[in-house]
Design a protein around this ligand. Structure first.
Ligand SMILES: O=C(O)CCC(=O)C1=CC=C[C@@H](O)[C@@H]1C(=O)O
Length: 350
């Protein structure tokens, strides 16, 4: 088996803001495997500034992996333990290589019977007009679940946007989720959660910065609206550490980004622990291209969750890869598999 890798820069159609900053482009890497004329591809979707493997030796690790690709699985996993996005890229590439069609990793009704995955519509940070126009678009596109980024502009403005939604749509008509990306100070968080709860929200993601376990546990113990841990899971690799974290904080939900938590394997570990503690979960992209998003979507469908997932990010980029993935009526569909460009993998090798 031969392994190579290549870097690719995804360009956002428009600057996309969260309380952590504005993104205009996103770096990603592809691992390509070749054996007996068959090709496999996996996306190593690092998120600079957020991923645990955002380290200077990232490319070196890819070089090491390509040299040792025929090494034993346990040795590879041990070496990649602290490189979750490369672990995920390898998982995808091996499944892709084994599969008849390198883009069909998890055969299911999603691929073969046009069965969709419910997703949330995403509203990025910006001024009130910009956020309201995104909202209008999402409602027109038939989304029944909206996720709004908060924490970067004036809280009052964010509340007035939520108010304008609830004035027109009840909780059974529109499920509302917000994502603070850790923007609230622990001492202000409870007051803000009480205020937000008035809008009958489904949940809030990461209200305060990660690694403030006691403060987060207090919030989860008293909160009037469900709290979902997102950034909090980053960098927690051991199963015992995962158990300890969820036991200490006891959140209502966790959010799984396979590229940040160690792929399918790492995500499954979190799901098992969460379910044993009656903690809910859902899956989101980490802004991968359609190659990584495709793998995440196919896997997510096999988990049979009826919750809306965070997989509506394929249309963010000007230079994404043509794919059968399509968003319609607030759902993600897998259309005609022949849409994948014939020599896409070969072209990426060059
Ligand atoms: O949850 C979604 O609908 C899509 C994924 C998403 O919002 C994010 C992915 C990666 C980084 C962030 O920009 C953001 C998040 O914080 O969840």
């Amino acid at each position: 088996m031969k392994a190579t890798y290549t870097k690719y820069i995804l360009n956002f159609k428009r600057p996309s803001g969260t309380s952590r900053g504005i993104m205009t482009h996103k770096e990603t890497w592809f691992l390509i495997l070749e054996r007996d004329g068959n090709l496999g591809i996996g996306e190593c979707g690092i998120l600079r500034g957020l991923s645990a493997d955002d380290v200077p030796e990232y490319e070196e690790k890819l070089i090491w992996l390509c040299k040792h690709i025929e090494g034993n699985k346990a040795e590879l996993q041990a070496e990649l333990k602290e490189f979750p996005s490369i672990q995920f890229g390898l998982e995808q590439a091996l499944l892709s290589l084994e599969s008849q069609n390198p883009f069909e990793l998890f055969p299911s009704d999603f691929i073969h019977k046009n069965a969709p995955i419910p997703i949330n519509g995403l509203i990025w940070m910006g001024d009130e007009q910009f956020m309201l126009s995104q909202l209008e678009d999402k409602l027109k596109e038939g989304f029944r679940c909206i996720k709004m980024k908060i924490g970067a502009i004036d809280f009052k403005t964010e509340l007035s946007i939520l108010k304008s939604i609830r004035k027109n749509f009840s909780p059974s008509e529109i499920e509302l989720r917000v994502d603070a990306n850790g923007a609230f100070a622990p001492e202000d968080a409870m007051v803000k959660l009480n205020t937000l709860a008035e809008f009958k929200l489904h949940s809030i993601e990461q209200p305060i910065k990660p690694k403030q376990k006691e403060a987060m546990a207090r919030l989860c113990g008293q909160t009037p609206l469900p709290i979902a841990l997102d950034e909090e899971l980053i960098g927690v690799f051991d199963v015992t550490e995962k158990q300890r974290l969820l036991q200490t904080i006891q959140p209502q939900f966790i959010i799984l980004k396979p590229s940040l938590v160690g792929g399918f394997q790492g995500s499954r570990e979190w799901i098992e622990i969460a379910e044993s503690m009656n903690i809910g979960w859902w899956v989101t992209s980490a802004l991968e291209s359609n190659i990584g998003l495709n793998a995440i979507a196919q896997w997510t469908y096999t988990l049979s969750s009826d919750m809306p997932q965070g997989l509506g990010t394929g249309s963010l980029f000007t230079n994404n890869f043509e794919s059968p993935l399509a968003v319609r009526d607030g759902q993600l569909w897998y259309g005609d598999g022949t849409v994948w460009k014939q020599n896409l993998i070969k072209d990426l090798c060059i």
